[in-house]
Design a protein. Structure first.
Length: 180
């Protein structure tokens, strides 16, 4: 038990089954299941979106607007329309929004400065640090989205098909590159 939490490493083991699978199998564990139905209309129950924290809209050194608040709001709205917003901690949404925003910033820097940089002491060409940072932010955003989507999947009785905020990220990147 040297790892501090009394068991195998976090995230190890069999993943939870989606609610739809449990229902289809007749609920083999006989636990009470929380059922959330997807509908095409928004659930207007009066639930309010948590205010995004200030760091999501902090002024950037390059003068460009950080889009983290927009990502946060669109993702929360998507979750709320599906009745799942209450299951996702606001901190996870903030981390996801910031990761997407930083990934787009790095991609914009790659477009502006290129794939090569100048070594600070030798002056030789080296790979741009923005490439590695971009890959790290993309991996972080994907991991956070998979966690968010897993929660949605575990709490619904139907397979969700259609566009989601993470699928829309590439369009955000392309529109950011065009300046719009």
């Amino acid at each position: 038990m040297a790892n501090g939490h009394g068991g195998a490493r976090i995230g190890a083991g069999q993943k939870k089954k989606a609610l739809i699978d449990k229902v289809n199998e007749g609920n083999p564990g006989h636990r009470k299941l929380t059922v959330i139905e997807f509908t095409d209309t928004a659930n207007l129950s009066g639930e309010t979106m948590p205010e995004p924290r200030e760091y999501l809209s902090a002024p950037q050194k390059n003068g460009k607007e950080l889009i983290a608040v927009d990502v946060f709001q669109k993702t929360w709205s998507w979750l709320h329309e599906r009745g799942c917003a209450q299951y996702i901690p606001p901190q996870m949404l903030e981390q996801y929004a910031m990761s997407v925003s930083r990934w787009i910033q790095c991609e914009e820097a790659i477009s502006e400065y290129g794939f090569l940089a100048k070594h600070p002491t030798t002056g030789n060409a080296i790979p741009s640090p923005y490439v590695a940072m971009s890959q790290n932010f993309m991996k972080q955003a994907n991991n956070l989205w998979f966690q968010i989507y897993q929660i949605v999947k575990e709490n619904c009785t139907t397979d969700y098909q259609g566009i989601n905020p993470h699928d829309d990220v590439m369009e955000r990147l392309l529109s950011a590159r065009r300046g719009g």
